[in-house]
Design a protein around this ligand. Structure first.
Ligand SMILES: C[S@@+](CC[C@H](N)C(=O)[O-])C[C@H]1O[C@@H](n2cnc3c(N)ncnc32)[C@H](O)[C@@H]1O
Length: 279
């Protein structure tokens, strides 16, 4: 439980650099710990809550995200090295391997599920052993990593970098994008699935009402944790617009196909893609 009292701890002194944690302004140095508290708190209920809060729609978005990336060996090509950052409990990683195996008949493509939070990764590893054929094999590994630095991942080593519902929790988003660019091979693909701005405005008004009243309440009822779910809705509201985030991806050195993003379900979520240039 992320108690409100604890949230006061991050209040900045006059000279420290600040950032937002939901609607609060806190010291930059405190954000990672506070995000970690949220995800440690929700780790065991995370998958159930995703289904409850989105009526299962997050599964359709994730299926679409993975299908659109078509992971796996191409005819005459090599197996892929995939890095799923902020991979949490493995939702994207399992889908990637399922797609590579079933659609591209590739049993060699591997994925690293990287996350800053060991509790989320433990839940992912448990699921990989119980629910998938990949647990305990060399096709999947779980690694504690900060998206901002990715210090265990060599330069130019990754074919496909994904981050799903993770980037808005990162303190320094430009640093995370620069690290994505660093670890990708030239020609490698960056892909991000994240909540975004709902359009048109009338639908947004309904969505805001749902998110700020129903989601924290369900968080309390189903997971016994109102504060963590309050943070989740506030962090969605604070995330840049589709166009602003596309610009940030471009500024990190990626080439964007078309306008750089695709809106899903009236913009409740969007997918951004970029390619690391060959030269
Ligand atoms: C909402 S969950 C998303 C999990 C999964 N990708 C999915 O789509 O279901 C956000 C994840 O981001 C992780 N995270 C937050 N800040 C991070 C950082 N700086 N580096 C890596 N992971 C981070 C959290 O620990 C959490 O597991």
């Amino acid at each position: 439980m992320v108690a409100l009292q604890q949230q006061q701890e991050g209040v900045p002194s006059g000279t420290e650099k600040t950032t937002h944690f939901g609607f609060q302004t806190i010291s930059e140095s405190k954000k990672a710990d506070k995000v970690a508290e949220v995800f440690s708190s929700v780790a065991s209920s995370y998958d159930r809550m995703n289904d409850v809060l989105s009526a299962g729609i997050h599964r359709l978005w994730k299926d679409h995200f993975v299908r659109s990336l078509n992971p796996g060996r191409r005819p005459g090509g090599s197996p892929m090295s995939i890095l799923d950052v902020a991979g949490g409990t493995g939702d994207i990683a399992f889908r990637m391997l399922d797609h590579a195996t079933r659609i591209n008949h590739d049993t060699e493509t591997r994925i690293t599920c990287a996350d800053i939070n060991a509790d989320m990764l433990r839940e992912g590893e448990r699921r990989s052993l119980v629910d998938t054929p990949y647990g305990g094999t060399d096709r999947i590994s779980f690694l504690v990593q900060d998206a901002e630095t990715l210090d265990a991942i060599p330069d130019n080593s990754v074919d496909l970098y994904t981050i799903s519902f993770g980037i808005r929790n990162v303190t320094n988003i430009p640093a995370a994008l620069r690290s994505a660019h660093r670890v990708l091979k030239p020609g490698g693909v960056f892909a991000c699935l994240e909540f975004s701005k709902v359009r048109p405005a009338m639908l947004d008004a309904i969505y805001q009402r749902y998110s700020f009243s129903v989601i924290p309440m369900l968080g309390q009822l189903v997971a016994g944790d109102r504060d963590s779910y309050q943070y989740l809705v506030e962090s969605i509201k604070m995330f840049p617009s589709q166009e602003q985030f596309a610009k940030m991806v471009e500024d990190a050195g990626f080439m964007l196909p078309g306008k750089g993003f695709e809106e899903l379900t009236f913009g409740v979520a969007s997918v951004w893609k970029g390619v690391k240039p060959l030269h």
